[in-house]
Design a protein around this ligand. Sequence first.
Ligand code: PLP
Length: 303
Amino acid sequence: PSATPDAPAAEDATPDAPAAKDAPADETSPTPHPVPLAEAAVNVGDLAVSRGDGIFESIAVIGGRFIALGPHLARLAHSAELLELPAPDLAAFERAARAGVDAHTAEPELLVKLVYSRGIEGDGRASGWVQVLSGANHAEARGRGIRVVTLDRGYRHDIATTSPWLLQGAKTLSYALNKAALREAARRGADDVVFVSSDDVVLEAPTSNVLVRHGDLFRTPRTDLGILAGTTQAAVFDTLDRLGFETAETVLSTAELAAADNIWLLSSGRLVAPVRELDGRAVAVDHELTAKLLDETFGVLAP
Ligand code: PLP
């Protein structure tokens, strides 16, 4: 029973619109019902709030269709394992997510956030909720491209193995560092960050995976480098394979990143964002291929 999320689903950005909340009636199989964001409340004793001690997933919903729902739920379960949380009730999360989207005003793109927390201190039960977010505009990032800077994450490339307590590879709620890195990028006149290890290995971005192209070879950093296994990266690799390109998960040096023909950041929100500038130097944007990846992988038309 402690695995059962007490899963309210809240809605964001359009305060009047309904969202989903779990009825507490049946603790083993909660039934979601929508509530507006203003009515969705989390207990101040919840460890998600006081310590960021929990995990989350952000799932794109395009034209009412969940993108990579299965892989997102599987990653939630994997993150829970890494944090030694009770196994989340994935069916309850899925029901809450669908109820939240059904109750929301239809939009071409929505983002659904699943949150799973260690719960209230001393209570011994995990808690969880779902939030439907709307209103993001990714046209500029997908069309014109983004400017990124490399920042040292301060860890070696092998810390997932040597120091598993750092929880690299789990999608924890503790994103204050990721947000601080994005503010540093803004100070440097950039839109996003590529984290590199203290020993010069390309890792990931604060909320995205990195894709680099050299000729017909497309590579992304290996997931044993203390980074998140991206659902968007996996989907884009399927498309690239279908298009006849060579793909590989690898160890990439910062020099190889700088020498890439093209670079993209891949994530559930922006999906495919071409990089147009790396550390102040122009990077070529392949608009045609970017549009193809967006369309063939996600059914999204490039701006
Ligand atoms: N890496 C980090 C640190 C992230 O937070 C995310 C997503 O938020 C990703 C990579 C990309 O994962 P996905 O494509 O599944 O959204």
